[in-house]
Ligand binder design. Structure first.
Ligand SMILES: NC(=O)c1ccc[n+]([C@@H]2O[C@H](COP(=O)([O-])OP(=O)(O)OC[C@H]3O[C@@H](n4cnc5c(N)ncnc54)[C@H](OP(=O)(O)O)[C@@H]3O)[C@@H](O)[C@H]2O)c1
Length: 261
C-alpha cells in the first residue's frame, strides 16, 4: 500500500548529505533541517574553526561531521569529493550552498570580482557535482533519486537594485545550469533543483539588511524577511521521497518578493 505519511514523504533516516558552506548562514539552516529529518550531514567550508563550532552546536540534533575545503578551485572540489568518498560509499543529497558576493559601482567593478564570484558560485557548483557523481549514482534509484540542490538567488531572476554585477550574473547561471544538469542526469536518477532565496539574515546579507531590511520586508508580499524554518522546510522537501518527482526547478523562497512583482 502507498505510504503517504510525513515520515515516508519527508523523513531522511539513513540518508547522507553534504552541505557546502554548511557551518553558517543559509547552509547551517539547511543542515539543521536535514539533521532534524534524520540525515547524517557532512558540512564543508574553508575555515576549520568555524566548522568545529558548527559541529559542536549541531551535534545535539544529529550526526554531523566536517571537512575543510575550498570549493572555488577544481582541485579543492576534487579533494573534497575524495575526502567524502573516504567516509561514505554513497551520497544521497548534495547541497551546493557555498557562495560569495561582491558589490562595487559599475565603472569600478574589478576584474577580480568576476573571478572570485564565478569561480565559487558557478564553476565550483559544476566541478563539485561532477566530482561527486560516482557517489551520487551509488545512492540513486528510480523510486528515490539522489538529489542535487543548488543555491541560486532571486537576484538571478530579476535585475537587483544593488550593484553586484558578477553575483547576479552568477546566480542566473546557477539557475540555468540547474536545468541543464537536470536534463543530463535524469537518466541516472539524480534530480537537480535550485532554491532561489529572497532575503535571509546572514553574514553575506548583514550590511544590506542592517541598512535596508525594513524596506525589503515592506516590499515583500508576506511583509517579512526569510527565517530558518523557511529555508530548512524547502530543503527537506527537496531531499525527501515527497520531492522526488521534481527536477530542473528553480524555487523562489522569498515571501513573494520576486513572484508578485
Ligand atoms: N542570505 C541571503 O539572503 C541569500 C539570498 C540569496 C541567495 N543566497 C545564497 O545562499 C548561499 C549561502 O549564503 P549565506 O547568505 O549563508 O552566506 P554566508 O553567511 O556568507 O555563508 C557562505 C558560506 O560559504 C562558505 N564559503 C565561502 N567561500 C568558500 C569557498 N571558497 N569554499 C568553500 N566554502 C566557502 C563560507 O565559509 P568560509 O568563508 O569559512 O569558507 C560560509 O560557510 C550562497 O550561495 C548565497 O549566494 C543567500
Amino acid at each position: 500500500m502507498t505510504d503517504l505519511t510525513p515520515t515516508n514523504l519527508f523523513g531522511l533516516d539513513g540518508k547522507i548529505a553534504l552541505v557546502t558552506g554548511g557551518g553558517r548562514g543559509i547552509g547551517a539552516m539547511i543542515t539543521e533541517g536535514l539533521l532534524g529529518a534524520g540525515a547524517r550531514v557532512i558540512i564543508s567550508s574553508r575555515r576549520q574553526d568555524q566548522l568545529d563550532e558548527a559541529v559542536a552546536e549541531l551535534s545535539g540534533i544529529g550526526s554531523v561531521e566536517a571537512i575543510a575545503a575550498d570549493c572555488s578551485t577544481e582541485q579543492g572540489c576534487k579533494s573534497l569529493a575524495q575526502a567524502v568518498g573516504e567516509r561514505t560509499e554513497r551520497l544521497d543529497i548534495l547541497v551546493n550552498n557555498a557562495g560569495a558576493t561582491w558589490g562595487a559601482p559599475l565603472q569600478e567593478f574589478p576584474d577580480s570580482a568576476w573571478d572570485k564570484v564565478l569561480n565559487l558560485n558557478v564553476k565550483g557548483v559544476f566541478q563539485l557535482t561532477v566530482a561527486l557523481l560516482p557517489l551520487l549514482e551509488s545512492a540513486a534509484t528510480s523510486d528515490d533519486p539522489a538529489r542535487v540542490i543548488n543555491l541560486g538567488s532571486i537576484q538571478g531572476l530579476q535585475a537587483p537594485d544593488i550593484e553586484n554585477y558578477s553575483y547576479s550574473a552568477s546566480k542566473a547561471a546557477v539557475h540555468h545550469m540547474t536545468r541543464v544538469l537536470a536534463k543530463k542526469l535524469g537518466s541516472s536518477h539524480i534530480t537537480v533543483n535550485a532554491i532561489a532565496p529572497g532575503a535571509f539574515y546572514t553574514k553575506m546579507m548583514a550590511y544590506t539588511l542592517d541598512n535596508f531590511g525594513d524596506e525589503i520586508a515592506a516590499a515583500t508580499a508576506l511583509g517579512r524577511l526569510g527565517q530558518p524554518e523557511d529555508m530548512a522546510g524547502v530543503a527537506v522537501f527537496l531531499s525527501g521521497r515527497g520531492g522526488s518527482y521534481l527536477t530542473g526547478a528553480v524555487i523562489p523562497v522569498d515571501g513573494g518578493y520576486s513572484t508578485t512583482l
